[in-house]
Write a protein that binds this ligand. Structure first.
Ligand SMILES: [Zn+2]
Length: 381
């Protein structure tokens, strides 16, 4: 729990539990878990412990380390999960675990050790949230796996069993927060979080993602601009599907044109950054081409929103990010931005492709026009 003297007042509290590494997702043709027998060397499932081990080590040994205060997490208790998930859904997972595990849905394997890791991911995120809610720190980061943002109240999806961020949002609301904004920059649509708060005007869910559409029965949502929420929640789910190759400038454009104005109008008293480094230029699961510079800029923008609206309180929650080394570098850059450090601490070892943001900027403009025409709280001034 050491706090570096020089960085006092500008630190981030990182919550972590070793047991999350015990979720073994296996090998196969990428995330299928199947060996068709044609290849000598099968890849690990993309959501494997190595990616998180590197995130852990870069935060411990990288130049950001003096700004970090380390904390242990804990397993979530089963009743805590019911704030977001249904009893029946949780019972199903407990039963699957007791029978030795199974594939819950495509690419999503509950193996021996997985359920305990999922409970640790949920509980560790809750610990980080409580730390902020209790006033012990303003910036916290839950370094967790398995990820959570595809997990819906009654459905696992996309390597996710429990919605770690969604559970923490519920805790914030139950602890007196009036309005929570969730900004999700994982390359995939945060459909689980969106679904959990689809009828609420207390939670503004914003997701920037690749335009990947639905992917089967576990993920019926499309992530398109017209999934806006329902009832009281209408207008409080803003989807920002971005074209492949959007890049750093395109993301910053989307943040400034779409995310910042919406958060200003919503005026949340708690802010979440749900981060996946699978929107990076080298991720096996994404084509969005962010580099460390882009992640750093996004981190800085979100920090400025927290300073303005939530007294600087911000919870960062880990989701995807499957390039074993670059994901860690992009995480480092994101947290540099969140800390609002004046100069980059770490240079980018591999980003060297030119980018073309013209198409992305055009898409952002058209989404803005659409939202301002249909979303009540974004119309006019
Ligand atoms: Zn993802």
């Amino acid at each position: 729990m050491a706090d570096a003297g020089g960085c006092r007042g500008n630190r981030i509290d990182v919550f972590w539990e070793e047991g999350m590494l015990c979720h073994d997702t296996g090998r196969g043709m990428f995330d299928t878990g199947m060996d068709p027998g044609f290849l000598d060397v099968l890849e690990k499932h993309p959501e494997n412990p190595d990616r998180i081990k590197n995130m852990l080590s870069i935060l411990k040994r990288g130049p950001i380390s003096p700004y970090i205060s380390w904390h242990l997490g804990r397993p979530a208790l089963l009743p805590e999960l019911l704030s977001f998930h249904s009893q029946e859904y949780i019972n199903g997972l407990v039963e699957a675990d007791s029978k030795g595990g199974k594939m819950i849905c495509e690419g999503t394997f509950l193996n021996p050790g997985s359920w305990n890791a999922a409970l640790l991911a949920a509980g560790t995120t809750l610990s980080a949230m409580k730390h902020v809610l209790d006033g012990h720190g303003k910036l916290a980061y839950a370094l967790v796996r398995p990820p959570g943002h595809h997990a819906q109240p009654t459905q696992a999806d996309g390597y996710c069993f429990l919605n770690n961020a969604g559970l923490a949002v519920k805790l914030a609301l139950d602890s007196g927060c009036k309005k929570v904004a969730v900004i999700d920059i994982d390359v995939h649509y945060g459909n689980g979080t969106a679904e959990g708060f689809y009828q609420s005007d207390k939670v503004l869910t914003i997701s920037l993602h690749m335009n990947h559409g639905s992917w089967g029965p576990s993920h019926p949502q499309t992530g398109s601009v017209d999934e806006l929420g329902e009832g009281e929640g209408f207008g409080y789910n803003l989807n920002i599907p971005l074209p492949n190759g959007t890049g750093d400038n395109g993301y910053v454009c989307a943040m400034i044109e779409l995310v910042v104005p919406a958060v200003h109008k919503f005026e949340p008293d708690m802010l979440f950054l749900v981060v996946g480094q699978d929107s990076s230029a080298f991720d096996p699961n994404g084509r969005q081409c962010l580099t460390m510079d882009g992640y750093r800029d996004i981190g800085r923008i979100v920090r400025s929103l927290a300073d303005r609206h939530s007294s600087g309180r911000l919870l960062v929650v880990q989701e995807g990010g499957y390039h074993i080394t670059y994901s860690a570098y992009c995480l480092h850059a994101t947290l540099e931005g969140v800390l609002d450090l004046p100069e980059p601490l770490l240079s980018d070892p591999i980003a060297h492709y030119p980018e073309d943001e013209a198409f992305a900027a055009e898409v952002v403009r058209s989404i803005k026009k659409y939202q301002e025409g249909i979303v009540p709280f974004l119309k006019g001034d």
